[in-house]
Design a binder for this molecule. Structure first.
Ligand code: 5AD
Ligand code: SF4
Length: 488
């Protein structure tokens, strides 16, 4: 049997792609393992959003290639955003890498290619186990993915393999029931891919291409299928999830969310990652209408608090408009949990601009933030037309200030949970023995309890808070679907 391992960097879209491919590999008889050492196939799903992550990737690929020297039949593949724009460089730099396949390309073709690779690998591995000899394909012959698929038996052709599934032709097979034991059974479903916004700092429109939304009915069928197979949490994913538009009916994201929320079963629907420009009142109305189904958690990426910087970033909103939208959300759901993304040190960001970001953080009081130093990325408007003029020390000082301020805000915001009773979904057990669960608002909760609680909804009482976690005690296990969800 062939063992595979995924190393996934970056956003939820990457998580969804890796899960989909993993599900496909399991469906053709491969085995999911938890470390590179045990794996015959390692697939690295990459993120190009910041320079640092890319550097880490190269170090990791170097490690894999060393590992491959003592296990020569091992196959290493690189997929995702770095694969989109650095394919030739990766091939040149790492002779032992078998395939590189970009995020813009059709993952169904990749599945066909992997099916072929697995069949060949089974033989190679067997021969190696029996005789210690490696059958090597002609040098780098397996790098030409489209050729391998075209020349393979017709069974491997993507159109045949999709068969009756017929759904999500361009994305990898959605994850289904085959979760590792002792983990939450959840689904990540790409509902659209790509981005048309072209924020000045962002490489995604170049690595993932233009927006493509998948047909709404297919998404709904997929959610129903996954829920019927035990998924307790379904995450709808898109680089710009709320600019979704059904190619068949023209219905927008709020309608898709409403229809998914109206499906039968006991499950939560999450959605990432939105853009403020497409946040509508209707969307918040739908979320407020289905509190048991769509938990009141919204990731609301601000990026900067200064209108001058927002304009340079080409974000298409002002801080005033952003705050108004937060107001729409909080009037409907006063306790909504809100997180954001902030970039510091964008070209031209003055001290005064940065103070505007600090002010926004203090006023809006996000529950948590993801914050980054600006990093110039190839192809982007900023890297082509603006000088990266904020010195590294200034960026780091601003980031430190922002993060220290948020630690204080987070600590205060989190104390409001103490004493409350929540319905939480239990995800897994940490090595230190504690169970990890999340509130509807997506806040991490640590609790004691048996393994049987994993992959179930339970009621807990929050005992204490820290800036990143809540600790809780169990109030009631095994909730029936009739038990109403507690307030956020
Ligand atoms: N530099 C720093 N942060 C970036 N992000 C995207 N591109 C860059 C960049 N070039 C951040 C944004 C985005 C998050 C996913 O990553 O905040 O929302
Ligand atoms: Fe990047 Fe902006 Fe598109 Fe988000 S909306 S993926 S930040 S270009």
């Amino acid at each position: 049997m062939i063992n595979f391992f995924f190393k996934t960097y970056g956003c939820q879209a990457n998580v969804a792609d890796s899960e989909g491919l993993a599900s496909f590999l399991k469906s053709i008889g491969c085995n999911d393992v938890t470390s590179e050492e045990e794996a015959d196939v390692v697939i690295v799903n990459t993120c190009a959003v910041r320079e640092k992550a890319e550097q880490k990737l190269y170090t990791y690929l170097g490690r894999l290639c060393i590992m491959k020297k003592s296990k020569q039949f091992m196959k290493i593949g690189v997929i995702g955003c770095v694969a989109s724009y650095k394919r030739d460089e990766i091939y040149k730099r790492f002779d032992l890498i078998n395939f590189v396949y970009g995020a813009k390309e059709d993952y169904k073709v990749l599945e066909s290619y992997l099916a072929d690779l697995i069949v060949k690998l089974e033989t190679t591995k067997q021969v190696f186990d029996d005789s210690g000899v490696v059958i090597e394909p002609a040098k780098n012959q397996d790098r030409d993915i489209k050729k391998v698929v075209q020349q393979g038996p017709s069974l491997l052709k993507p159109s045949r393999m999709m068969g009756s599934m017929g759904i999500f032709k361009r994305q990898a097979t959605s994850k289904s029931i085959t979760t590792r034991s002792k983990e939450l059974n959840r689904s990540f479903i790409n509902i659209m891919t790509g981005c048309n916004k072209f924020c000045a700092y962002c490489i995604v429109p170049f690595t993932r291409g233009r927006e493509v939304s998948y047909p709404m009915q297919e998404i709904i069928d997929r959610v129903a299928h996954d829920v019927a197979n035990g998924s307790k949490e379904v995450t709808l994913i898109g680089q710009n999830v709320n600019s979704y538009k059904d190619p068949e009916t023209g219905f927008m994201f709020s309608e898709l969310l409403r229809r998914v929320a109206a499906l039968e079963g006991k499950f939560w629907v999450r959605w990432v990652s939105p853009h403020p420009q497409d946040m509508t009142v209707e969307l918040f109305d739908v979320i407020a209408q289905y509190p048991d189904r769509i938990p009141p958690y919204v990731h609301f990426p601000l990026q900067a608090g200064s209108n001058a910087v927002l304009e340079l970033m080409k974000r298409n909103y002002t801080i005033e408009q952003f705050k108004e939208q937060i107001g729409w959300l909080r009037t409907r759901m006063p306790d909504a949990v809100i997180s954001t993304d902030i970039i510091v040190g964008f070209p031209g960001e003055t001290e005064e601009d940065f103070e505007q970001t600090m002010k926004a953080i203090e006023e809006i009081r996000f529950d948590w933030i993801y914050s980054f130093n600006y990093s110039p990325r190839k192809h982007t408007l900023a890297s082509r037309t603006m000088e990266d003029d904020i010195p590294q020390e200034v960026k780091s000082r601003r980031l430190d200030r922002l993060q220290s301020c948020q630690i204080e805000i987070g600590a205060e915001v989190y104390t409001k949970h103490v004493g409350r009773v929540y319905e939480v979904l239990v995800e897994k057990r940490f090595n230190d023995g504690k169970l990890l669960a999340r509130t509807p608002g997506n806040v991490r909760v640590l609790l004691e309890g048996p393994d049987s609680l994993i992959d179930s909804f339970v009621l807990v009482r929050i005992l204490a808070s820290s800036p990143v976690n809540l600790t809780a005690e169990l109030v009631q296990a095994e909730l029936t679907p009739e038990v109403p969800m507690a307030a956020v």
